[in-house]
Design a protein around this ligand. Sequence first.
Ligand code: PL4
Length: 401
Amino acid sequence: MIPRNPCLRNIKAGYLFPEIAKRRQAFAKTHPEAKIISLGVGNTTEPILPHISQGLIEGARKLGTVSGYTGYSDEGLQALRDRIAEVYYKGHFSGDEIFISDGAKCDIGRLQLLFGAGTKIALQDPSYPVYVDGSVLIGSAGPWTGTGYQGIVYLPCTAENGYFPDLSLLPEQGLIYFCSPNNPTGAVATWEQLTALVKTALEKKSLILFDGAYNEYIRDDQLPKSIFEIDGAKTCAIEINSFSKSAGFTGVRLGWTALSHRLTYADGEQVLPDWSRVSGTIFNGASNIAQAGGLAALEPEGLKEIRGLTDFYLGNAKLIRSALEALGVSCIGGDNSPYVWAHFPGQDSWDLFSKILETCWVVTTPGSGFGPAGQSFIRFSAFGHRQDVEEACQRLEKLKI
Ligand code: PL4
């Protein structure tokens, strides 16, 4: 038989979110009476709002007409690329520097092909597990050493450093994953911090892969929403983003990647034509219906709906954080992000996960699943119906000793 890709052997265990689902199912099987509420996976729960929903409907309707029919859209509908450039990058990017995708996660996977196996990887610890697992799959990291994956530069983000890493740890000519607002901590990097990050990346000739999937949750005007608000970022950064958490498109699937014509590799070659080549080869474009919805989302009425939807989830986050703080649990996040990061000193994250599930019938995400620095933390997701979140908050009182 054909040999197995050796990189697959280097992956420690199952992917975090299916593992959580497995444990939830096992508990439900032995406790059929339990009415389980999920504050675990960051999956949107509220209906898509009317203007954006109408955009999706209209997109589908047009496909049933001769004049409105469209086929493959390759790098994306030009109107959507131009509109993203205008709304999110205030004209500092042209539409041909925006590549429409079927979601941020999918582009995180595809982008790794630009750099290949053996790339030095650095990332915030804790962070979205796809950065690490994707790096192991492509052969840039692994195997698991007991404390982390070999070859990964973990950048601890803890209360002690204000959830912003020590930049002296950044590798030379490496790939730096950076997510702000951060999943899972909810911390948002300030202007000064992102400026320092860009400066260090330029000095070390490294590239920042900036994940802005939660930028619509930023309410503090003083905080940057994009890496491209920072001078110099165009020559050292790529930004990935998504309509998943802003417009409720987790199931619709739509996102984008922004990179400048000015971004180059070490040898001076442009990155953008390679990105076009890679995505043109292994991706056939986002759904036309999803893109019609995306266009509606970026019209003034749609942007109002995005604000309303993200306000709703932020309202949930506030309730969760207050409930935890009332129990004396120290938390961050939830104010400019849909995640609350709660600290339970001295306790194991998976043990806590089980305890909360068994005692409160509430599913959470164990902090250690996001990296070694996540040990003793639990991530609470604010994606849920209000009534469920309120009930979950009441049940959390059972954790009071
Ligand atoms: C569960 C920092 C969630 N099955 O929907 P996308 O692909 O545009 O965006 C995915 C994504 C990208 N970047 C960050 C994210 O946090 C996410 C989604 N993360 C979570 O609970 O952490 C959903 C996870 C999903 C998955 O594996 O992505």
